[in-house]
Every structure is written in structure tokens, then in C-alpha cells.
Design a protein around this ligand. Structure first.
Ligand SMILES: C[S@@+](CC[C@H](N)C(=O)[O-])C[C@H]1O[C@@H](n2cnc3c(N)ncnc32)[C@H](O)[C@@H]1O
Length: 275
């Protein structure tokens, strides 16, 4: 297999500081690499929840020194996949962000459709769509926010690889794969299968060469495996922390939390036991 270690300096040098839930964290090494290369001025996340992906964005943004602002948009009320939350969740995430990323993080407590009016057209370099995961909701999020994307813009879609096997019967509500497959042909793109999948769409015609290089590299054998392996190491760290399902509510019922941790352990298999 091609050794790609030297191709991804950001994924190699950064280590995540906040791991709060099992579902996104396997994409943190890729997020580090993408942000290091993109040097975005503004990152918007639709769906911040307890902050695992958002904190990683803030961390990478600060490391690359581009003066990035990161906006985490969420009502912190819950949705059809996650059940409902109480105020403790918002207090916790806002406390963490004020203490750790006061110059970088801005939490926007609004519905996505209302928050979009706070952003100028062409102003966002990186958009992460991770809110409600039905086909209709993802389509709405993409279409509503697309005019806000800059000429360098990249859009990420979490959960392009949700199925009955890795999520159980609630997988039937997820339409991210169908939406991503319908739109991806119009843009340079690639996607990952691990950690419930991440779709990457380069919507800006003037994306930096370093980002376009990722699109090229994604065709190489070993690319997906490199990020899956780096991601698995992060997931293993979380599994070893033995964090119980949070009291404020998560994907209901809590058995899905345990299922996610079990999946991490199964995927890691012998490596996890040996480590
Ligand atoms: C899957 S979670 C986000 C996970 C997060 N990115 C992470 O790393 O853990 C989805 C979040 O989107 C929020 N959400 C869903 N639809 C929304 C909407 N229309 N407006 C505001 N927030 C929404 C929910 O409250 C929930 O916190």
C-alpha cells in the first residue's frame, strides 16, 4: 500500500482535545488536514450538538493561523434522530468554547433557516452539514446555504454511510447518501465510508491547489484507509474513556450509544485488544 503519511502533515501533527460522542470523531484527522490546507476565513457548522466536530474545527483553525471564525449553528433542542435535549448541553458547550476558543468560536443558537440570514453571500469557505439527516432536510440545508459559499468553498456531509447494519432500524430515516449521490456529479468530490461516512464536495471553482490535491489523492489506493485508520485511533481513545451516554439525551434510546461504542471496538478488533 502507498505510504501517505508524509502527504498529510496536519492529520499527523494535531491531536483532538475534545471527544464528546462516538459518531463524528473518526473524521477529525481528515478535518485537521482539510482545514490546514484550506485555511478558511469562515467555517459554519450546521449541527454542533456536544461539540466534537466543532471543537476539532476550532482547534485546526487556530493551528493554521488564518484568523478563522468558526460558527456553530444549533438550536440545542434536539431533532427526530437525537431526541430532545435539556439546557445542560448548551451550558456545557458554551462554557467549553468560551474557555478554550474565545477568539474563534461563535455559537449561533438559531434554526438553520433563520441563521442563514446572518451570513453574507460568498462568505463561507467551509460548511459542515450535520443537522437533521432526512433527504429533505439535507437538501434544504445545502440549497439554502450554497449561495453563502465562497469561491474557495468546500461542503462536508456527515452520515453518507448510514445503514441498517451500523445504525439499526432508524437508518431508514437517513437520506444523506441519496442526496450526496444526486449532487456530487456537479463538483469535484470524494467520500469516506468509515465513522458513518463523510461526503466532501468542492463547490468553489477557485479552491486552493492544496485542497484539489486531496481530490486527486482520494483516487489513490491507501487514501481512504489512511484516514480510516487515523480515525479509528481517535475512536479507540474515546471508547477507552468509557463515557456513559449523557444525561441530557442523545440518539434515543441510549442503547444506540452503546451500539456505537461496540461498533468501534468491533472495527478495531484485534488491534484494540492488543493496544
Ligand atoms: C447529529 S447532531 C450534530 C453532531 C455534531 N456535529 C457532533 O460532532 O457531535 C445534529 C444537531 O443538529 C441540530 N439541529 C437539527 N436540525 C436543526 C435545525 N433545523 N436548526 C437548528 N439545529 C438543528 C440538533 O439540535 C442536533 O444538536
Amino acid at each position: 500500500m502507498t505510504d501517505l503519511t508524509h502527504a498529510f502533515p496536519w492529520a499527523e501533527k494535531l491531536s483532538p482535545k475534545l471527544l464528546k460522542s462516538p459518531w463524528w470523531i473518526g473524521h477529525i484527522p481528515f478535518a485537521f488536514e482539510l482545514i490546514g490546507r484550506l485555511r478558511p476565513r469562515a467555517i459554519v457548522e450546521l449541527g454542533t450538538y456536544s461539540g466534537s466536530s466543532f471543537a476539532a474545527f476550532c482547534q485546526a483553525a487556530e493551528a493554521c493561523g488564518a484568523g478563522t471564525k468558526c460558527y456553530g449553528v444549533d438550536l440545542w433542542e434536539g431533532d427526530i434522530h437525537m431526541g430532545s435535549f435539556d439546557e445542560a448541553l448548551f451550558r456545557e458547550i458554551s462554557g467549553y468554547m468560551s474557555a478554550n476558543h474565545p477568539q474563534t468560536a461563535v455559537l449561533v443558537r438559531k434554526d438553520f433557516n433563520a441563521a442563514v440570514n446572518d451570513f453574507a453571500d460568498g462568505s463561507i469557505d467551509l460548511l459542515h452539514i450535520d443537522g437533521t439527516h432526512t433527504f429533505e432536510a439535507v437538501k434544504n440545508d445545502f440549497e439554502t446555504w450554497l449561495p453563502k459559499m465562497s469561491a474557495r468553498g468546500v461542503v462536508l456531509f456527515h452520515d453518507v454511510n448510514v445503514n441498517e447494519q451500523n445504525t439499526g432500524p432508524s437508518a431508514a430515516k437517513f437520506g444523506v447518501r441519496r442526496f450526496f449521490d444526486g449532487v456530487k456529479g456537479g463538483y469535484p468530490h470524494f467520500d469516506f465510508d468509515h465513522c458513518w461516512g463523510l461526503g466532501v464536495l468542492v463547490v468553489g471553482p477557485e479552491a486552493p491547489a492544496e485542497v484539489m490535491e486531496l481530490v486527486e489523492l482520494s483516487r489513490q489506493p491507501g487514501f481512504a484507509a489512511y484516514f480510516a485508520e487515523k480515525g479509528a485511533a481517535v475512536s479507540k481513545r474515546f471508547a477507552d474513556m468509557n463515557v456513559p451516554p449523557p444525561a441530557h439525551g442523545t440518539y434515543a434510546p441510549p442503547s444506540l450509544w452503546r451500539r456505537a461504542i461496540d461498533k468501534v471496538r468491533r472495527v478495531l478488533g484485534a488491534d484494540a485488544r492488543a493496544a
